[in-house]
Design a protein around this ligand. Structure first.
Ligand code: ZN
Length: 714
């Protein structure tokens, strides 16, 4: 499950950007304080040292604080221009420094950057909290909102004003001084804890290495997996083969390795990240974060953190979310248990005298897939080279939105493996830059995500600089990197987010691109995955990496037909994580703060309540659940992927109903209402503008192969 970047704290605005008034810094030797106009807004990565960030942050934070103070203390009565526009134009240096820092801290880190991150995260949280709880500033925003009808604002300005008011209110701007002080302490502490959480996971990932000795250790592994493991070993400075804890290494190993003992070792390493005791254990961090979030919600007069969080989401209430998760859980669990029974029979048939365990699931499901669907993952992979799949993603964007992608080899990048493209529209106008950082390395955290060096906005005339970061195992010796179908799906997913950033066409940065509700932000990404699964796209781009021959038609048909195979498992492992997240953040603030939460016991209890099958583990166990603890991005919000899937399934149906998966009229509406509109409208209104109505869960149940009638029968 891939992510999109969010600011380290949920209440901080996702972005602050504006025209640079940073003239004095142009002579500074610190490259982070230059304005980067010569390189189109891209930082001069080759001249940036980690140490530069400390000075640059100090400068940028002070500059932004001064800009905000001038707005708050302006003796003139509040106007949209002197308050909202002025804030939208402030903090340009902070945006540049912060974006460059977050990119490097996630995608190409080192000890110095990690140390600075620990130091800077609470400072940045304090900075935003101070702004958003500033009484004078809030008075100005509040007076503007009350007079909004008479200000002559257009729809976008009105929306931006409302967003400011909501963000400030939710940050606690309306609270008394004592409550604000406590909120400040909480927010700073949460920022520090979130950083520690993600650094602990990274440390556990970096410290795990399973070298594979001889042929016996490699039993069952296809060539492409062996090559990936050799590349992992080389990256860690050892000869031979090795398994690390990146998902794109772990999953194929579990899928193919005949060595049950080694599968168990790798599986345990993967699911125990952040849960190993000692200095990198995350359990006490989780307990403290949950307690602080509950207290914060209480200060803001919400029943619990989930209610606080969802009030500003499309779902609105935890009840709405649970209704959706419950509707899908029952048929998904039933389907997973049927697969489990079939696999257990397979174990017996092979003479295995053991109960299927979680480290056996991927291995036996692969065997089952070969038997039931006559479909072999290893046979597919040679047709899914990374370069072809990038071409396929670009082609789809060209068919839908008229976009063109031209390699930009001279744009500065942060690692030699990173590639850049200039993106232009149908009229040949350059609309932005796209960066692809595709390969796993030890300096990169696990997962896949989209982020930006700069958001689109017309106010300061910024074109978007958008990045996709993935963790595909790189083929050694310059050989083409081959993807699994899941990897290819991740590539399309993140590229869908990238398009949401690249196609953004708004005036104000606050509502630019992906700055939308978390349960709406996965619509553009998950929707994009649909095109990868279309025969029309696969026929053109799924070509053998050596011969260039297209995938044989009957293999292609089997691939498409196997789309929903093992979907029960994928759904169960996901809903388990989404439910545990919601359960955890529905805890009211404990009356006795010393009674610490035990995350292990809580996780076990939450799983037992839902009837989690023993053979399946949550997609993200709490001790390494970065979505909800490494910052607040998806806290009480992991359900968002499924919420958005209701929308994406129904959206793709709109194309299918026309008989053309690239139908120009539908694509045009999609671009106008969703991909280019950022946060211009409430998500439900944006969706209705595209489809004329809101969707139900039926399209999702059909898409996952759990037809609605199956649910009714349960
Ligand atoms: Zn995503």
């Amino acid at each position: 499950m891939s992510e999109i970047n969010h600011s380290p704290d949920a209440t901080a605005p996702a972005k602050a950007a504006g025209a640079s008034r940073n003239t004095a810094a142009a002579t500074s030797p610190n490259p982070l304080l230059e304005d980067w106009t010569a390189s189109g807004g891209v930082p001069p990565f080759d001249r940036i040292d980690a140490e530069h960030f400390t000075e640059a942050y100090a400068h940028a934070l002070a500059e932004h604080a001064a800009e905000i103070a001038a707005i708050a203390r302006d003796p003139a009565p509040a106007t949209f221009a002197n308050t909202i526009v002025a804030m939208e134009l402030s903090g340009h240096a902070l945006e540049r420094v912060g974006n460059a820092f977050h990119l490097l801290a996630g995608a190409h880190s080192n000890d110095t950057l990690l140390e600075i991150e620990r130091d800077i995260a609470p400072q940045v949280a304090r900075h935003w909290n101070k702004i958003q709880t500033d009484a004078a500033l809030f008075r100005r925003i509040d007076s503007l909102l009350r007079e909004a009808a008479s200000l002559g604002l257009d729809a976008e300005q009105r929306r931006v004003l409302e967003r400011y008011h909501t963000d400030f209110r939710r940050a606690g701007a309306g609270l008394d001084a004592a409550a604000k002080r406590r909120l400040t302490e909480i927010i700073e502490r949460l920022a520090a804890l979130g950083t520690a959480f993600s650094q602990n996971v990274l440390a556990d990932e970096q410290s795990f290495l399973l070298p594979l000795g001889g042929e016996a250790d490699l039993a069952g592994l296809p060539d492409f997996t062996r090559e990936a493991l050799r590349s992992e070993a080389r990256e860690r400075g050892i000869d031979g083969y090795a398994v690390t804890l990146s998902r794109s290494t772990v999953e194929p190993f579990l899928q193919f390795s005949d060595r049950r003992d080694l599968r168990e070792k790798v599986f345990r390493g993967f699911v125990m990240r952040g849960d190993n005791g000692g200095p990198t254990d995350n359990k006490s961090i989780i307990a403290e974060m949950v307690r602080l979030r509950a207290e914060r919600a209480q200060l803001l007069r919400y029943a619990d953190f989930a209610h606080y969080r969802l009030d500003d989401a499309m779902a609105k209430t935890p009840g709405e979310v649970r209704a959706l998760l419950d509707a899908v859980w029952t048929p998904a669990r039933k389907s997973a248990l049927a697969d489990r029974d079939a696999m257990q029979a397979l174990v017996q048939e092979e003479g295995g005298n053991f109960k299927l365990e979680p480290w056996d699931w991927r291995y036996y499901v692969e065997k089952l897939r070969q038997r039931v669907c006559n479909f072999d993952e290893a046979a597919i992979k040679p047709y899914l080279s990374l370069d072809r799949m990038i071409e396929a993603a670009f082609y789809t964007a060209q068919r839908l939105f008229g976009l063109q992608f031209a390699p930009a080899p001279n744009v500065p990048v942060w690692h030699p493996d990173v590639r850049a493209w200039r993106v232009s529209d149908a009229e040949g106008r350059e609309i932005g830059l796209f960066f692809g950082d595709y390969f796993a390395r030890s300096s990169k955290r696990s997962g896949a995500w989209m982020t930006a060096l700069r958001d689109q906005q017309e106010l300061a005339g910024h074109t978007p600089l958008i990045i996709n970061v993935c963790n595909f195992a790189k083929a050694p010796g310059g050989e083409p990197t081959l993807l699994s179908f899941e990897d290819a799906r991740t590539l399309f997913h993140e590229f869908g987010h990238a398009l949401h950033g690249l196609l953004s066409s708004v005036i104000y940065p606050t509502i630019s691109g992906t700055n939308v509700a978390t349960d709406f932000v996965e619509l553009p990404s998950q929707l994009y995955e649909h095109w990868l699964q279309q025969p029309e796209v696969l026929r053109r781009f799924a070509r053998h990496y050596q011969t260039g021959a297209p995938m044989p038609e009957e293999l292609l048909q089997r691939l498409v037909a196997a789309r929903n195979f093992n979907k029960g498992f994928a759904t169960v492992e996901y809903i388990a994580s989404a439910t545990a997240d919601l359960d955890l953040h529905s805890l009211p603030r404990a009356k006795d703060d010393d009674r610490a939460l035990d995350p292990s016991a809580f996780e076990a209890q939450s799983l037992e309540c839902m009837g989690m099958p023993d053979e399946i583990v949550m997609r993200h166990r709490l001790p390494h659940f970065a979505h909800i603890f490494a910052g607040g991005g998806y806290a009480a919000g992991y359900y968002s992927y499924m919420w958005s899937e209701v929308l994406d399934a129904d959206t793709f149906s709109a194309f299918e109903e026309t008989g053309d998966i690239f139908d120009p009229a539908t694509a045009k509406r999609l671009r106008q209402s969703i991909y280019s509109a950022g946060g211009l409208q409430e998500p439900a209104d944006a969706y209705k503008a595209f489809r004329g109505r809101l969707p139900t869960a039926d399209a999702l149940l059909r898409k996952r192969g759990f037809a609605a009638r199956d649910t009714a029968a349960d």
